[in-house]
Design a binder for this molecule. Structure first.
Ligand SMILES: Cc1cn([C@H]2C[C@H](O)[C@@H](COP(=O)(O)OP(=O)(O)O[C@H]3O[C@@H](C)C(=O)[C@@H](O)[C@H]3O)O2)c(=O)[nH]c1=O
Length: 188
């Protein structure tokens, strides 16, 4: 198991061993013990799964507000996605910064998304099945989002914005500076 640092404070890429053979492959996508040995001791209590059928589906930029904030571990089981995070934690060295990561059925990478990050992705292929673990139950009252096209953040999406397929909810999020932001970086 490899845990790779990223340019965003506290965000990690996780690579599990993948055993390929003539049938396909086998991988342990999650094991509490190995994750704990690598310093990831999070009590995941819910697994989520979304299917996006066409390229250009954008879901984001989402989070749950405190006290129901969620840590997530995200992976693409089928297809290829460009997954994007924005650090919303006031006081973090990377506050307001974004970074994008390819997660795919080919690279088997998983992304560890700490609390206080806005999370979203755009699909680059048809039929992207995305699964993620979370450590807090869904709470509609705490569901939050910021605009995927917030000009101050300046996310470079790998597709023309007028080609993106969005939910009605995701067309209406405030910008980060308009949002009454509760997230504080707790440091190391
Ligand atoms: C996230 C979630 C949604 N729902 C319901 C609410 C709604 O009726 C329906 C679809 O929800 P959404 O449109 O918010 O689904 P979606 O746009 O896929 O939302 C997800 O986007 C990615 C980027 C994330 O990071 C996730 O945490 C989550 O916010 O599913 C649950 O019942 N439980 C959940 O945990």
């Amino acid at each position: 198991m490899n845990v790779l640092s990223t340019n965003l404070q506290d965000v990690k890429i996780i690579e599990m061993a993948v055993y390929g053979d003539h049938r396909g492959f086998f991988t342990e996508s999650y094991t509490k013990e190995k994750f704990a040995d690598a310093g990831i001791t999070i009590d995941f209590i819910q697994d989520n799964h979304s299917l996006s059928v066409e390229p250009g589906v954008l879901r984001g930029m989402h989070f749950q507000r405190t006290p129901k904030a969620q840590t997530k571990i995200v992976r693409a089981v089928t297809g290829v996605i460009y997954d994007v995070l924005v650090d919303m934690r006031i006081g973090s060295p990377t506050y307001g910064k974004w970074e994008g990561y390819i997660l795919s059925e080919h690279n088997h990478r998983q992304l560890l998304v700490p609390k206080g990050f806005a999370h979203g992705f755009v699909t680059l292929t048809p039929n992207c099945n995305v699964q993620y673990k979370v450590d807090e139950y869904f709470s509609k009252e705490h569901d939050g989002g910021i605009a995927f096209d917030d000009p101050e953040i300046g996310i470079q999406w790998p597709m023309p914005l007028n080609k993106l397929v969005l939910s009605e909810k995701d067309k209406q999020h405030p910008t980060l500076s308009e949002f009454d932001n509760p997230f504080i970086w707790e440091g190391k």
